[in-house]
Design a protein around this ligand. Structure first.
Ligand code: ZN
Length: 71
């Protein structure tokens, strides 16, 4: 699985990604157990904790966990 790069994450936070790319980033982080931690760990991304981005990601992750597996 290709993880999101820090650059992509930063671009997301700055809303410099296209809508399609932003959706892709959200989807990946929501389904990836590592990227949210990676972000906070590698970037020390204090701003991210305050930004709506991480809150949104955590919401998505929780929703994904509740949803029964497909198929
Ligand atoms: Zn990932």
């Amino acid at each position: 699985m290709a993880h999101l790069s820090i650059v992509v994450m930063e671009s997301y936070a700055l809303k410099e990604l296209s809508e399609a790319e932003m959706r892709r980033a959200e989807k990946h982080v929501a389904s990836c157990p590592k990227c949210p931690d990676r972000l906070e760990g590698e970037l020390g991304w204090v701003a991210a904790r305050r930004s709506p981005f991480m809150a949104k990601v955590r919401k998505i992750v929780k929703a994904e966990e509740k949803r029964p597996a497909q198929g």
